[in-house]
Ligand binder design. Structure first.
Ligand code: ADP
Length: 249
């Protein structure tokens, strides 16, 4: 049996806002060039949850990748634009967690082993207790020995959230985290994210197509043609849907 942990997995960085400034991105060249992001500056406040919405092709994925890659990003007010690749990789592992639409769990590993992975990557020795606590936090204390295929979609996403949170990252990036889930499981995942923001002071940035999911966030940022078109604070799902329809129209 392993020695009990003497400390929690405090490999994260303090609660931090994420600021993108003047981010432009294009794909291709010449006549076929596409401007995916056009001079976007946006702040995702610390300890709050922001949903990113917009029509297909408006630049949501590109924005999330720039932010998650810490590309032209200020983290906790620090300019990390000039960090080396090695520094950025280290910072990403400590500061940033990811949740994806399709969970991206490793099928051959148990839930516990999946959750322990980021600790190993961060150079920490995962303790059973840290991993158990992370699984208990998402209501899966009794599923640690299960492999992903033995879990429902909603349970797999909760394992993915436990995995993202085990290093206590300052920022959690979520790409359509409820996109593959039924309404009930989606609700469970959204309540979990809310608890992380409120209880743990996490900063969450979530791309979603779902007005109900977006209305769970503190703010909704709308993209259109690679630009920020609007920002609504605590909108209802109906307000989100209405704004989106006008952007798509
Ligand atoms: P969204 O996530 O809102 O659908 P994206 O960020 O994926 O938008 O895309 C923004 C724009 O950039 C779109 O016009 C898209 O076609 C284009 N784009 C995205 N990725 C690529 C790529 N790898 N090559 C060429 N164009 C791309």
């Amino acid at each position: 049996m392993r020695a009990p942990a003497t400390a929690g997995p405090h490999v994260g960085v303090p609660v931090a806002p994420v600021q993108l400034y003047q981010v432009s991105r294009h794909y291709g060249a010449g006549e076929t060039q596409v401007q995916a992001l056009a001079d976007v500056s946006v702040t995702f406040p610390a300890g709050s949850w922001t949903a990113v919405m917009g029509p297909s092709g408006s630049g949501k994925s590109t924005l999330l990748h720039c932010a998650a890659g810490l590309d032209r990003v200020l983290l906790a007010g620090q300019d990390i634009t000039h960090a080396t690749d090695a520094e950025l990789t280290r910072l990403r592992r400590r500061a940033v967690g990811f949740v994806f639409q399709n969970f991206n769990l490793i099928g051959s590993l148990t839930a516990e082993q999946n959750v322990a992975l980021p600790l190993r990557l961060a150079g920490a020795r995962p303790s059973r207790r840290d991993v158990q606590t992370a699984l208990a936090d998402v209501g899966l204390a009794d599923r640690g020995r299960h492999r992903p295929r033995e879990l429902s979609g909603g349970q797999q996403q909760r394992v993915a959230i436990a995995r993202a949170m085990v290093t206590r990252p300052a920022v959690l990036f979520a790409d359509e985290p409820t996109g593959a889930l039924d309404t009930g499981s989606a609700g469970t995942v959204l309540r979990l994210l809310r608890r992380m923001v409120d209880a743990a002071g996490q900063t969450v940035v979530m791309v979603t197509h779902d007005p109900v999911a977006a209305a769970s966030a503190d703010a909704v940022v709308f993209l259109s043609d690679g630009r920020i078109a609007d920002r609504l604070l605590r909108p209802s799902a109906a307000q989100v849907a209405g704004r989106l329809t006008r952007l798509e129209g």
